[in-house]
Design a protein around this ligand. Structure first.
Ligand code: HEM
Length: 352
């Protein structure tokens, strides 16, 4: 919890230029003494640390963490769509007790694709750790933000284990779905972390009436249902991730596709209702703008979904559909955060 002696912070639109938040304080802000230069390089190190503590690097590092979480979903999709899911048939080694692919492996180019995706876990994990450090080193400290910053690190560890289970279960559709859905949760958490960095650490204060919040809860639950059923459609279709021995849910692909699309129609209905509510009830321009963004993403994503369904799932469209799912999670999380404001404890911010 922030103390009353901390500099005042305002909740603000992440797109807006920050004013007095930790995330934007300059290295020369009163909270962090300016570093003195020294010819042996200590000065540069101190200046860098002072920049980290002041929050100068915070938003770029948190944004990089979010982008990395999205990129690894798409590269994971490339593994699946090229049938490279068991390119490395073992885990944590790739094959024959070797961590890297071996030349005589039977898996051809698939082993390199699968191994490349495994390698990406390194940069993604490092960025999650960098995000945590960027938050932990902030001065004055932001304990509430630290809790959020810990989640991407834990998530990457969980994903490394689930990825291993996915290999050991020969790409069981249940573990493949879980792997994808945990990534969606990680994208939501990383988006939240990025947006929370621009806010204060006081208690959240709703900026919309309870009924609008209830509508937003229904919208989020439906989004989650669309994502879950989407993975069931994938697990019932041809893109199993391993062309030789496809493990499938066994549902009729046509039936689950239509269930998936029906949930999307429900999502559009809820979204239109939420947009109307945000325009007639008290709300903020940020909340209305973000709701329109969600609608835009849903419509484009829905169009891609119908086209890929009608054209027998070309891999490029399937990959775009995965990207659309990631962007929807970002947009819905951003909408959520705009339905409340957080300032520093005791600081009153005029409603927008
Ligand atoms: C808000 C709109 C939508 C979202 C968020 C969404 C999300 C998803 C997700 C998360 C997956 C699973 C991806 C994976 O496991 O790798 C998926 C798969 C799929 N979706 Fe959607 N979807 C949407 C709309 C639609 C629509 C309208 C259709 C039309 C029928 C559709 C058709 C499909 C099909 C056919 C698959 C399986 C692709 C494959 O075999 O890899 N989607 N969707």
């Amino acid at each position: 919890m922030s103390s009353s002696t901390e500099p005042r912070r305002r909740a603000q639109d992440p797109g807006a230029t920050p004013t007095t938040s930790h995330a934007s304080a300059s290295p020369s802000s009163p909270a962090v003494p300016a570093a003195t230069g020294a010819p042996d390089g200590t000065g540069a190190r101190e200046r860098f640390l002072a920049g980290v503590r002041s929050g100068r690097w915070l938003r770029p590092v948190l944004l990089a963490n979010l982008v990395a979480e999205v990129v690894i979903v798409i590269t994971g999709g490339v593994v699946r769509l090229t049938g490279s899911g068991l390119g490395c048939p073992d885990w944590p080694t790739c094959a024959d007790g070797s961590v890297t692919p071996v030349v005589h492996q039977a898996e051809g180019f698939h082993k390199y694709i699968e191994f490349g995706n495994r390698l990406l876990t390194g940069p993604v994990g490092l960025l999650a750790v960098a995000a945590l450090l960027a938050v932990v080193l902030l001065r004055p400290p932001r304990p509430r933000l630290r809790v959020v910053a810990l989640l991407p690190v834990l998530g990457v560890l969980v994903q490394a284990v689930v990825g291993g289970i996915t290999v050991h279960t020969d790409l069981s559709p249940i573990t493949v779905s879980a792997h994808f859905l945990i990534s969606m949760a990680l994208i939501a958490v990383s988006t939240l972390l990025y947006l929370r960095a621009g806010e204060g650490d006081g208690d959240p204060r709703p900026v919309v009436p309870p009924a609008v919040r209830t509508l937003a809860v229904a919208l989020s639950a439906t989004t989650a249902a669309v994502l879950v059923v989407g993975t069931v459609v994938t697990g019932s279709g041809p893109h199993s991730g391993d062309a030789d021995q496809p493990a499938r849910y066994g549902f009729d692909p046509r039936t689950v596709s239509w269930l998936h699309a029906d949930l999307v129609l429900l999502l559009v209905g809820l979204l239109v209702g939420l947009l109307v509510a945000l325009h007639v009830a008290p709300s903020t321009p940020t909340a209305r703008r973000r709701a329109w963004w969600v609608l835009g993403v849903v419509l484009v994503q829905g169009l891609i979904g119908y086209v890929q369904y009608a054209t027998d799932l070309p891999v490029v469209l399937v990959a775009l559909h995965m990207l659309g799912a990631c962007l929807l999670v970002v947009a819905v999380t951003a909408l959520w955060t705009s339905l409340r404001e957080r300032t520093d404890a005791g600081v009153v911010v005029p409603s927008r």
